[in-house]
Design a protein around this ligand. Structure first.
Ligand code: HEM
Length: 134
C-alpha cells in the first residue's frame, strides 16, 4: 500500500472513532437528555462519519488500487492526491470548527476546500481509469 493511502486510511479510522463517539452522544441524549447543546453535534457527526470516514477511506483505497502506469511514476503525479489529502482534512476541520464555535465563513471555506480536494483527486487520477492493456 502506498504511503499516501496509509495516511488516508489511518485518518479515516480516526474519523470513524470520532464520528461514532459523537453519534453515541447524540443517541444517549435522545434517551436521557444530558444537555440540549449535544444536538448541535449532529453536523459534526455527519461530517466525521460521511466525509471523514467513508469518503476518505474510499479515496485512499482508490488511490492504491486504480490501474498503475508501467513507468517509474506508476500512480502519475502524486502531488494532486497529496493536495486532496491536505485540502480534504483542512476542509473537515473548518466545518467542525464552524459547528463548535459558530465562526460564520468557516463552513463555506471548508466546503470550497473539500470541492477542490475532490477536483484534485479527479485531475490526478483520471488517466488511471482505463481498461487492461490500454
Ligand atoms: C456509517 C456511519 C454513519 C453515518 C454516515 C451517519 C450519518 C448520519 C446522518 C446523515 C444523520 C442525520 C439524519 C437526519 O438528519 O435525518 C445521522 C443522525 C444520527 N446518527 Fe448517525 N451516522 C452513522 C453512524 C452512527 C452511529 C454508529 C451512531 C450511534 C452510535 C449514530 C447516531 C446517530 C443519531 C443518534 C442521529 C440523530 C437521529 C435523529 O435524527 O434523531 N450514527 N447520522
Amino acid at each position: 500500500m502506498p504511503r499516501l493511502s496509509v495516511y488516508f486510511v489511518r485518518a479515516s479510522l480516526v474519523y470513524l472513532i470520532l464520528g461514532f463517539t459523537f453519534g453515541g452522544f447524540l443517541l444517549v441524549n435522545k434517551g436521557i437528555t444530558l444537555s440540549p447543546m449535544i444536538w448541535s453535534f449532529l453536523p459534526i457527526h455527519i461530517e466525521f462519519t460521511f466525509i471523514g470516514w467513508m469518503v476518505q477511506l474510499a479515496i485512499g483505497i482508490a488511490f492504491w488500487i486504480l490501474p498503475r502506469f508501467s513507468n517509474n511514476t506508476p500512480r502519475g503525479n502524486e502531488n494532486w492526491t497529496w493536495g486532496t489529502f491536505i485540502l480534504l482534512n483542512v476542509g473537515i476541520i473548518c466545518i467542525v470548527l464552524q459547528s463548535l464555535f459558530n465562526v460564520q465563513p468557516l463552513s463555506f471555506i471548508g466546503r470550497v476546500l473539500e470541492a477542490f480536494a475532490f477536483a484534485a483527486f479527479v485531475i490526478g487520477n483520471w488517466r488511471r481509469v482505463k481498461p487492461i492493456g490500454a
